[in-house]
Design a protein around this ligand. Structure first.
Ligand SMILES: C[S@@+](CC[C@H](N)C(=O)[O-])C[C@H]1O[C@@H](n2cnc3c(N)ncnc32)[C@H](O)[C@@H]1O
Length: 346
């Protein structure tokens, strides 16, 4: 059975991280629906076009590298909370002065040393149930999932228990606050950072982007999925809610389908905020252009050929103007600049 969160972990989780727990059951119950399937599948396909191979770290391509340590974390002021699978991979070492943990506790490090493979280190910030993290671990990446919600991490841990041991040993689950990732893991600790469907729950994107910029190695990749702030009038407009639609043109707030008051990001603003932190957007996509208006519980087509065609249409729309600009979600791929690169050339 998967390990569960300790009471002390519950107490120390931040308020913002915990705002998701009340709606976790609704989120999880919708994962197999058409809308969520399109979301996860599109994100995976778009990400795949930018990822390095699982054993090709950016630093092996000649880029500088930061900390040696990955995949370990501490709860504030004391013991770390790491959810493990049945392998009991929850070993915690002493905390260093900088808040990081020694490499011996890292999920990836032990395996890399055992088989001689330098696995690409992925941090999934706000990993939730772990759909993307698990895909990457199965493909050979060393993945650390960090999330503030106990029910979401418990769901991930259950899924992890059903995986082969090789996959389980490549995943570490950590409960914590996304904005504190850099303090916990140290600078340059990851080659790839995923942050999907999280920024909308933060009032200010700045602290999270600061943390991402620090925790990524130069040359590292950020995959950032946000609510598209350039198109928030569409849903209320199509529903005939003109008051909300009118406000959406200028505002950034919206109520999402889980009933949470959240915040959308405009692409150009976010691109500039990333660039200020040394992260240059190298591509962007729309996610869920054609199926965003399906009912929450609409199922995927039973016919696999129809589903494949539907996904092909969504994928095409997600990379094609003008469709991608009005998608529900915007998926930005950004690269951390190396120290010698200029903002324009990086
Ligand atoms: C919509 S779910 C997305 C899960 C997953 N990334 C995906 O795309 O399927 C958002 C996740 O972000 C987590 N989250 C939101 N704000 C957070 C914060 N400040 N710190 C840690 N986790 C947070 C929630 O607990 C939840 O698991």
């Amino acid at each position: 059975m998967a390990a569960s969160a300790s009471p002390s972990a519950s107490a120390s989780a931040s308020a913002s991280a915990d705002m998701f727990s009340p709606v976790a059951a609704s989120w999880l119950s919708q994962l197999g629906t058409l809308r969520q399937t399109v979301r996860q599948e599109l994100v995976a396909r778009q990400l795949a076009a930018h990822l390095p191979a699982p054993d090709v770290r950016p630093d092996t391509l000649g880029l500088a590298r930061g900390a040696e340590t990955a995949a370990a974390a501490t709860e504030e002021g004391g013991a770390a909370t790491v959810f493990g699978g049945t392998t009991g991979r929850a070993g915690i070492g002493p905390v260093g002065a900088d808040g990081t943990l020694p490499a011996a506790t890292a999920a990836d490090a032990s395996e890399a040393e055992a088989d001689g493979v330098q696995r690409v280190r992925v941090l999934d910030l706000g990993c939730g149930q772990g759909t993307q993290a698990l895909r990457l671990a199965r493909a050979g990446y060393a993945v650390t999932g960090l999330d503030g919600s106990e029910p979401m991490l418990a769901d991930f841990a259950r899924a992890l228990d059903a995986e082969d041991e090789a996959v389980r040993t490549r995943v570490a689950l950590v409960r914590g606050e996304v904005t504190e990732a850099a303090d916990r893991f140290g600078p340059g600790a990851f080659d790839v950072v995923l942050c999907h469907g999280v920024l909308m729950y933060l009032a200010d994107p700045g602290p999270l982007l600061d943390s991402v910029a620090r925790v990524l190695v130069p040359g590292g990749l950020l995959s950032l999925l946000v609510r598209n702030g350039d198109a928030t009038a569409l849903r209320p407009g199509f529903a005939g809610d003109w008051t909300v639609a009118a406000a959406a043109f200028d505002g950034s707030g919206y109520r999402n389908r889980l009933g949470v008051d959240a915040r959308a990001d405009r692409r150009e603003e976010l691109t500039a905020q990333l660039a200020e932190r040394g992260l240059d957007v190298e591509a962007w996509y729309g996610v869920r252009v054609l199926t965003d208006y399906a009912a929450d519980d609409a199922p995927v087509p039973a016919d696999p050929d129809e589903l494949a065609l539907l996904l092909e249409c969504e994928e095409r729309a997600g990379r094609t103007d003008p469709y991608r600009a009005i998608a529900a979600l915007t998926h930005l791929m950004a690269r951390r600049r190396s120290s010698g690169d200029s903002a324009e050339g990086g």
